[in-house]
Design a protein around this ligand. Structure first.
Ligand code: ZN
Length: 599
């Protein structure tokens, strides 16, 4: 038995983080002292500035933003500590109590401080323009500008108040109804009543008969709920149309683009580039069909596992693989990454009470990021380490931008993490000689890229079709929605995967369409951005790395189009995105060569 336990050891068991850079523990008296201090500062801030923001001069506004940033940093430091320690043992009552206490305090602080952003957003244009142009405010310019970006779309205060209040029983209620319906639905399968996650997991099993029957069972339940689901989709699409009209957004996607800090042109260039290369998807699924040894692939075969070779990696190996790949890119990358290991900023092993998953928490600029893992030693865990360290390096290097401008918008938030994965993946492919291992890694990478790039863009095309049709044609039938869905999905798969009539109902369970309209393209944006940057890196060699590090350092201090400028990329140029797609095509070609025995 002890031998068996040893068998499973990865060497990550003793890799625990040291949170004492934040606080010594949950009973550290400094916690209460910091709470009291932040609270006093927040009161003082409100007393000094409430009602006066639009009367300040540039120096005065700078002092206000700086004081505000300081309070936000203090509360985030407290909140980060409580959250980090709680994720290591969610059942610990003292951790839970501290987290709850700080969450409530944070809400109180927010209430005290919210006037500041509101007064800035509502300040007269002339004042705002003068402030944005003032040298004294240069450091905070982007935050000030970004905070005001919704201003042209805001309604009057009483209108906003009514909309917010009615949304609770309107949009939010419909979205919650959808979630509860889905959460409560069970899917009969082989005498069991399965949850949605459990029935969809059956699409990933090797046995085709199980996949086919699971797809059938899932569809049958959707069919029973179809009138309800169609009504929810119609209602929320119409609600969004009213919102966009009232707020003067030029298209269904415009508000999302504004939130993501990208222009409509950039998003259009991305979508056009991806939809023009759907042939890559068909090419891969033809290969997958051969590998699975079937005559025809159906929609329920898309996630069938390939015969895989699975490696095992000790913690020390994983660390070496990641640091080596990072060092090859630029010594500074490895130097920053190394600190995470040496200075105990990583909590690596799974253990009882610890939450699942992985994350890198930026914490606050005056401290440093911490990385949370559940390392068990498989290939995916190595990639997760590369991913989270990519985030960690980005967060570490962008600390100098301060609390308010460290974070990037969603579209570029996954850039450093995905780029880190690419570095490790490419280094692995350069070193691994076993064809089975190479093919397994390649297929994994290709399918991951497909699900983040092509699938998300094809879903964006469905959203586009749905919102456009709802605005032009009025209430849509289930058949009409199904037709838009099948059309956009068939466009992607071409003749490589047969979309059954059953699949025509599968638009109706995707929560993103209702909860966060327009959101899905951001995944594709981030992943394809990285592939395109990687193509640049390959072309330009070592001169690329220092400029890339500059981009990381800039954090969220400007619009993404500007922070990416040192890399000489033009996001509105479809050719830039095509370079990224060319990288995926190369991966597919490599996989084909391996299957044909030439790789
Ligand atoms: Zn991530």
């Amino acid at each position: 038995m002890p031998g068996e336990a040893n068998e499973k050891r990865t060497g990550a068991e003793d890799i625990l983080w040291d949170l004492s850079d934040l606080y010594a523990g949950v009973s550290d008296p400094q916690i209460e002292a910091d709470i009291a201090r932040a609270s006093a500062l927040a009161d003082e801030f409100a007393a000094t500035y409430r009602g006066k923001i639009a009367t300040l001069d540039a120096e005065g506004l700078r002092a206000a933003v700086s004081a505000y940033e300081n309070i936000v940093e203090m509360t985030n430091r407290l909140g980060a500590f409580a959250y980090l320690i709680w994720t290591t043992d969610a059942a610990n009552a003292r951790y839970g109590a501290l987290l709850q206490h700080l969450t409530e305090l944070e809400a109180q602080f927010q209430q005290k401080l919210v006037f500041f952003e509101l007064e800035w957003v509502n300040a007269p244009d002339e004042f705002a323009q003068a402030m944005l142009g003032a040298a004294a405010l240069a450091r905070y310019r982007h935050w000030l500008e970004a905070t005001r970006r919704y201003q042209p779309h805001r309604l009057s205060e009483p209108e906003e108040k009514i909309l917010a209040e009615k949304s609770v029983t309107g949009r939010s209620a419909w979205a919650r109804f959808f979630s509860e319906l889905q959460g409560n639905t069970r899917y009969p399968f082989d005498g069991e009543e399965l949850t949605q996650a459990a029935i969809l997991a059956k699409l990933h099993v090797p046995d085709r008969d199980v996949r086919q029957r699971a797809a059938q069972a899932f569809t049958e339940v959707l069919r029973g709920q179809l009138p309800t689901l169609t009504f929810i989709f119609n209602t929320l699409a119409a609600d969004k149309a009213s919102d966009d009209r009232l707020r003067h957004y030029s298209s269904w996607i415009a508000s999302r683009n504004l939130e993501n800090e990208v222009s409509d042109d950039v998003v259009e260039a991305l979508i056009n580039a991806v939809t023009a290369r759907y042939d890559i998807v068909a090419r891969y699924y033809h290969l997958k069909r051969r590998l699975l040894g079937v005559d025809r692939l159906y929609d329920y075969d898309r996630y069938a596992p390939l015969p895989a070779a699975e490696g095992r990696y000790e913690w020390a190996q994983a660390r070496e693989m990641v640091l080596r790949a990072y060092a090859r890119f630029h010594p500074r990358m490895a130097e920053v990454a190394e600190q995470f290991f040496v200075r105990s900023w990583i909590d690596a092993p799974p253990y009882p009470g610890k939450r699942g998953g992985a994350y890198s928490a930026s914490v606050v600029p005056s401290v440093h990021p911490y990385i949370f893992l559940n390392y068990t030693g498989n290939a995916r865990d190595v990639m997760t380490l590369a991913h989270e360290l990519g985030h960690g390096i980005h967060q570490y290097l962008s600390r100098e931008q301060g609390m308010l401008q460290q974070h990037t918008p969603l579209t570029t938030a996954e850039m450093a993490s995905t780029f880190g994965e690419m570095l490790v993946f490419s280094d692995f492919m350069n070193r691994e000689t076993d064809p089975a291992m190479r093919l397994a890694m390649l297929a994994q990478k290709i399918e991951d890229s497909f699900s983040t790039i092509f699938r998300q863009i094809s879903m964006n095309r469905f959203e586009h079709g749905m919102h456009t049709a709802r605005r032009e044609e009025g209430e849509l039938t289930s058949e009409r929605l199904g037709a838009i869905w099948l059309e956009t999905q068939r466009a992607m798969f071409g003749d490589s995967v047969e979309m059954t009539d059953n699949y025509g109902l599968w638009w109706s369970y995707v929560p993103h369409f209702l909860h966060t309209p327009g959101y899905v393209y951001a995944y594709a944006f981030g992943e394809l951005l990285v592939l395109a940057l990687f193509a640049r890196y390959r072309q330009e060699g070592d001169s690329f790395a220092p400029r890339y590090l500059e981009v990381l350092r800039a954090g969220g201090s400007d619009w993404p189009e500007k922070t990416l400028a040192p890399l000489g990329v033009d996001l509105t140029d479809p050719h830039f995105w095509q370079e990224g797609l060319g990288e995926i095509e190369k991966l597919v070609a490599q996989a084909e060569a391996l299957v044909n025995g030439a790789g």
